[in-house]
Write a protein that binds this ligand. Structure first.
Ligand code: DGL
Length: 266
């Protein structure tokens, strides 16, 4: 058994969808979460900036004695996973491969859609991985740059005219392509599951990349012992509003207030 915590990070709140799944599937694990709420969103930034931010996020997390790091961010996983893994002496797990593996298991007609931030889609990460595994697939991608700011502002409910309009605008092309599986390639997007599912219809399976990564963690790490693990939350801006929105992502109040980190010092 290994009782060291798992480090999890994202540009903001999205990675909490991974934390939620880790809590459900591996309740004994302790977690240190960092959300870079002062610099969110990452998704339209250059690969160089995303890599620089991600290195600082990892450097902060490594101030704890961790057993692994989960990049609970589709953007960082797409752009910087190889760099961060090469620089690390503990496992670094991204969301791209776990999500692709699940999509490959789910699809029946071989037509898979991928949505993510602009940087994620531009990197071609999901598409490359899917087509390497199965070259005969048809993969359709769509950047959805407005989703992260809308989610960070809590605009996630069915019936909200703003989010419903943006979902229709982004997803109509994928719907017309007859996909049967849609990868939510950004960890913020599971909050939009209800709106997306109702627009795409019951024949399209949604793959939650953050949850898929949490499931992969379970198969890769030496588990903690018994009991309930402890989770600590750190952010780079405004712990109070993080706490408020975190309840939405986790479907429960966070037990202890988030702590503020000066991420520029790492
Ligand atoms: N949750 C991040 C992702 O999975 C959001 C990126 C952003 O900050 O734009 O890509």
């Amino acid at each position: 058994m290994d009782n060291r915590p798992i480090g999890v990070f994202d540009s903001g709140l999205g990675g909490l969808t991974t934390v939620r799944r880790l809590h459900e599937a591996m309740p004994a694990e302790s977690i240190v979460y960092f959300g870079d709420t002062g610099r969110v969103p990452y998704g339209a930034r250059s690969p160089e900036t995303i890599t620089r931010y991600a290195r600082q996020d990892v450097a902060f997390l490594r101030s704890f004695d961790l057993k692994a790091i989960v990049i609970a961010c589709g953007t960082v996983s797409s752009v910087a996973l190889d760099t961060l893994s090469a620089e690390s002496d503990i496992p670094v797990i991204g969301v791209v491969w776990p999500a692709c593996a699940q999509a490959l298991r789910e699809t029946r007609n071989g037509r898979i859609g991928v949505i993510g931030t602009s940087s994620t889609i531009r990197s071609g990460s999901y598409e490359r991985m899917l087509l390497t595994a199965r070259p005969e697939l048809r993969v359709f991608t769509q950047p959805c740059p407005l989703f992260v700011p809308l989610v960070e502002n809590g605009r996630v409910q069915r019936g909200d005219v703003v989010i419903e309009t943006v979902v229709r605008e982004y997803l109509s092309g994928l719907k017309e392509e007859g996909i049967d599986t849609l990868i939510l390639g950004c960890t913020h997007y599971p909050l939009l599951r209800g709106v997306i599912a109702s627009y795409m219809g019951p024949s399209v399976k949604l793959v939650d990349s953050g949850a898929a990564a949490a499931d992969a963690v379970r198969t890769m790490l030496i588990p903690a012992g018994r009991g309930r693990g402890q989770t600590r939350y750190f952010v780079s801006d405004d712990p109070a509003s993080f706490r408020q929105l975190a309840a939405l992502f986790l479907s429960e109040e966070i037990a202890h207030p988030a702590e503020l980190v000066d991420i520029s010092s790492y």
